[in-house]
Design a protein around this ligand. Structure first.
Ligand code: ADP
Ligand code: MG
Length: 357
């Protein structure tokens, strides 16, 4: 699948812009603060129904305007599909897929599979477990609707549980009822996370070896309290640890604490990896992410590479370009010196919320 066209209206610093894309490398070139990342963000919003840069949809609306519109046309198995996203300044939001209103986000996410790689992605290898969990969650959500639903329901229960824990007198019976519900979701979520991490692990091994000429070995491990437990065992575990939650007045135990451990040559990369090793590990993870969607979902995802060329050395850039040249990618950059001997590329200049072709 590939995106044919993206139209922006009052989106960030774009008043009105039509962007035609090729099924190859689409390079957006421009100085800082011209609107390159805004293009990547617009595609993400069309795929997920929300942004990764802000929790407030209304921030996407151009300053001084009262609505914004995105329109995206993509080609899947030789037929064109149109998606649109609308938000206004009183937070009325509408997503349509081929003119039909999308009611539940779970029915929609995953239709346009994407892999996004930006300088902030380095937090997956460097930062807190939260970033690694959202990396895994993003793949799981694109792979399975049941994951999205279980995750949403779990988070609702967690919020209720946290509200109860904050009170002076705690209704334990109610919490145990919540635990019963949560254990069903936990079982489902843990199974799906485990499955995705196993697959990521398999794909990563080969990719890492290719990038490092067999010098480095990568290994991924899923860290959770719930592996191999059935629903009763999960509930029992939550009940037994409730005293810790009560002491801290917040739910400590649960899949909101899971982590993905990344080892290079048997050393945990977040603690012991060099800068270069962290970047390589991240490149490997992102390409493994790409392979999972391509092979297991059976659809070639769209690669969004935001300003990462300056983060990578020439060997890694060449590896990446060779890897992606057969697929559609949207790449933003402030300089295009790495673009040599590449066919199937369209370069557009971005300047102050406009494309100069
Ligand atoms: N809601 C908005 N309305 C108008 N302009 C915006 C809005 N949000 C961000 N911008 C502008 O967009 C520009 C940043 O765009 P961005 O795509 O992040 O730049 P870059 O080319 O560096 O990736 C800035 O000039 C910023 O002021
Ligand atoms: Mg940018």
């Amino acid at each position: 699948m590939y995106i044919e066209e993206l139209d922006l209206e009052n989106f960030r610093n774009y008043e009105k812009q039509q962007i035609k894309l090729i099924d190859g490398i689409n390079l957006f070139l421009g100085d800082n603060a011209q609107g390159k990342t805004n293009i990547i963000e617009a595609i993400y919003v069309c795929a997920f129904g929300k942004s990764y840069r802000t929790l407030k949809d209304t921030e996407l609306i151009m300053f001084g305007k009262d609505y914004c519109n995105l329109f995206l046309k993509y080609n899947k198995n030789n037929s064109s599909i149109e998606t649109s996203f609308y938000i206004d300044n009183i937070n009325r939001k509408q997503i349509k897929n081929n003119e039909i209103k999308v009611k539940k986000i779970a029915d929609y996410v995953g239709e346009i599979p994407i892999v996004i790689f930006s300088p902030e992605s380095l937090d997956i290898v460097k930062g807190s477990p939260t970033r690694r969990r959202s990396f895994i969650d993003m793949i799981c959500c694109q792979m399975s609707k049941s994951y999205i639903i279980c995750h949403q329901e779990y988070m609702k229960c967690l919020k209720m549980k946290n509200n109860i824990l904050k009170k002076d007198s705690i209704d334990r019976n109610y919490i145990e009822i919540l635990h019963e519900k949560m254990s069903v979701y936990i079982k489902n979520i843990v199974e799906q996370r485990k499955n995705i991490i196993n697959k990521l692990n398999e794909y990563s091994q080969n990719i890492q070896k290719s990038i490092t000429d067999d010098k480095e070995e990568i290994r991924l491990e899923y860290e959770t309290d719930f592996l191999g437990k059935n629903e009763q065992e999960i509930k029992k575990y939550l009940d037994e640890h409730l005293y810790i939650d009560e002491l801290r007045k917040s739910a400590i135990k649960g899949i909101q604490r899971d982590d993905l451990l990344i080892y290079i040559n048997d050393k945990e990369v977040s603690k012991f990896g060099s800068q270069g090793q962290k970047r390589t590990a991240l490149l490997t993870l992102k390409l493994a992410n790409f392979e999972i969607l391509k092979e297991e979902k059976g659809e070639v995802p769209i690669l969004l590479l935001d300003d990462i060329m300056s983060e990578l050395d020439s060997n890694r850039i060449n590896f990446l370009l060779k890897y992606i040249e057969k697929y559609q990618s949207i790449i933003t950059t402030t300089e295009d010196t790495f673009v040599r001997n590449i066919e199937n590329i369209k370069i557009s200049k971005v300047s102050n919320g406009r494309l100069e072709n």
